[in-house]
Ligand binder design. Structure first.
Ligand code: GLN
Length: 564
């Protein structure tokens, strides 16, 4: 079969949910049995997302091969249930870097190097390569940004050229726009969509279909009007209205015929999609057996997208346990300073579980240490992720192992007990981009641990998880931590040139659930395969919720800000 390309552009405003639209269509095509891959184009000049602020740009998603990518890559992985890699996130930075390096090597043979054709050729090369590497029958290509942005012009030009080169039956243009609803006149406004389609046409691209986002379902006459003005048939105007949950979107679009449209337009066989996973998930999300409340003690709590994969992993684990997970973001700094520090943090006991996520920098660290201590001492289910594990180790070292003022050298370079220290291979790293320990690494799981029961790793005891860190548990302190009762439940098997393996996971024996890992298992969590540590954490939280029926009311006070 020839590879076919589906290009997704966006208009009117940013943050339209283009990633969800792309992912949902991908899920519907996967549900029809196709080999699908997805490419995200980010028109910014950064080479990758690794150097960008999570509280501005959302989380940095990490692939198996260690690329630091846009969070949409994570959404594609979750919706399509596939593993993506470095080549699936194309940025202006990468494209220009390649073109300029080629120019310096003299590969353009004295030509004038220009946006058209040299930059657009490089863009097309990268899109095609991603398809080839995945041996995909269908490649979804999402162009980030909004039509009209200066930055996205070369990309729009490249995808325009691809229709010529690949043929009309092998390319499809889908444009995602917004139809606002004006409360005052009680009307849906289609004008911005008309303008956006006109702008796209100005670049030589006539969309084959539109997905219009709206707050409420769009009435039939709105669809007809958009069709008329944009040269798209009314039946090819799909409406993604606000859903209760993103996992409802694939079926919403399928019911309107987007799958059938794609088959028709690309000359694909008519197939009935297998949508059980989505339907079951949505059923549980709408009508769960129970609820648990989880406190996530983190730094970027004002920007939930900064923890997107973490949030989704909690949703997956909730579905597996037939509960809805109510996540509350607790700003770590406030647990160490200000009003809350005066209290004994006991308000956290109203939650069913405490999670300390990954992060960088000293801000909020002492609050996280205190939260870990409370969870340990008061028998609250605890899950520590990456920095969350480092914090749990610092707390244990200080309070139980008697290593006073123990810390990570990331936060206190002069600590008397550097229980967390820079990994040796990080010592002579000077660049910032892509220089951490990144991507998938093996973890050897100790038998007879909670972790082993969760992962069921088989005879070899090895599983793989993705990583993104510079620091590790200092091997010099492993013995004293162990002697003080900390269970090392996972290590990196036989690191080259180093005696002991890195500590990958710790846990506590006499505790309902206290598990912390150096990796980021949230990156590989899927609806169909929830991450084992998350599943176990939520299961423990469910047990606690059942034991303590009063917990919810108390936590309710916290949510309304009444606790101090
Ligand atoms: N800042 C810590 C480190 O670099 C933890 C990183 C993380 O949580 N992703 O090791």
């Amino acid at each position: 079969m020839v590879t076919k390309y589906i290009f997704i552009t966006g208009g009117v405003v940013s943050s339209l949910g283009k990633g969800i639209t792309t992912s949902s269509l991908g899920a519907l095509l996967r549900a029809r049995g196709y080999r699908v891959t997805a490419v995200k184009i980010d028109p910014y000049i950064n080479v990758d997302a690794g150097t960008m602020r999570p509280y501005e740009h959302g989380e940095v998603f990490v692939t198996n091969d260690g690329a630091e990518t846009d969070l949409d890559i994570g959404t594609y992985e979750r919706f399509l249930d596939i593993d993506l890699s470095r080549g699936n996130n194309v940025t202006t930075g990468q494209v220009y870097q390649t073109v300029i390096e080629r120019e310096r090597r003299g590969e353009y043979l004295s030509q004038t190097v220009q946006v058209i054709p040299h930059v657009t050729d490089e863009i097309k090369r990268r899109i095609r390569k991603a398809g080839e590497e995945a041996q995909a029958e269908l490649v979804l290509v999402e162009v980030g940004g909004t039509v009209g942005d200066i930055e996205s012009l070369p990309f729009l030009e490249a995808i325009r050229q691809m229709r010529f080169e690949e043929g009309r039956d092998n390319t499809l243009y889908l444009h995602v726009t917004l139809v606002p609803y004006l409360g005052t006149s009680e009307e849906f406004k289609t004008k911005p969509t008309q303008h956006s389609v006109a702008a796209l046409r100005g670049y030589g691209i006539q969309p084959d279909a539109l997905v219009v986002r709206s707050e409420k379902p769009l009435p039939e006459d709105g669809r007809a009007k958009i069709a008329l003005f944009s040269n798209v048939e009314a039946r090819d105007v799909f409406n993604a209205y606000n859903a209760g949950h993103v996992y409802e979107v694939p079926e919403m679009l399928e019911q309107q015929g987007i799958g059938r449209f794609t088959e028709r337009r690309l000359g694909l066989e008519k197939v009935l999609p297998e949508l059980h996973v989505w339907q079951d998930a949505v059923r549980t999300l709408r009508d769960p057996e129970g609820r648990v409340r989880i406190a996530v003690v983190g730094k970027y709590v004002a920007m939930p997208d900064a923890y997107l994969s973490l949030n989704e992993a909690l949703v997956h684990a909730g579905i597996a346990n037939d509960v809805a997970v109510d996540v509350e973001w607790v700003p770590a700094e406030e647990l160490a300073e200000g009003d809350l520090a005066a209290s004994d943090l006991s308000f956290l006991e109203a939650y069913d579980g405490i999670l300390v996520p990954g992060g960088f920098g000293v801000r909020g660290i002492e609050g996280k240490v205190r939260a870990a201590r409370l969870a340990r001492e008061r028998q609250l289910p605890f899950l520590g992720i990456c920095l969350g594990m480092q914090v749990a180790v610092i707390e244990y070292a200080r309070t139980v192992a008697g290593l006073e003022a123990a810390n990570s050298t990331e936060f206190d370079p002069y600590t008397p007990h550097p229980v967390i220290d820079l990994m040796p291979e990080q010592l002579d790293v000077d660049g910032m981009g892509g220089t951490m320990r990144l991507g998938s690494w093996p973890m050897q799981i100790e038998p007879d641990t909670r972790l082993a029961a969760l992962y069921e790793p088989g005879a070899a005891g090895v599983v793989h998880e993705r990583h993104r860190h510079r620091y590790e548990v200092n091997p010099q302190y492993v013995e004293s931590l162990r002697a003080a009762g900390l269970r090392i439940s996972g290590v990196t098997p036989g690191m080259e040139g180093r005696g002991a393996g890195l500590v990958e996971a710790v846990e506590l024996d006499d505790h309902p659930f206290f598990v912390a890992v150096q990796s980021h298992p949230e990156f590989t969590s899927r609806l169909m395969r929830p991450s084992p540590p998350f599943r176990g954490f939520i299961a423990a939280s469910v047990r606690r919720a059942k034991e303590r029926p009063a917990a919810r009311e108390v936590a309710g006070d916290v949510a309304t800000g009444e606790a101090s």
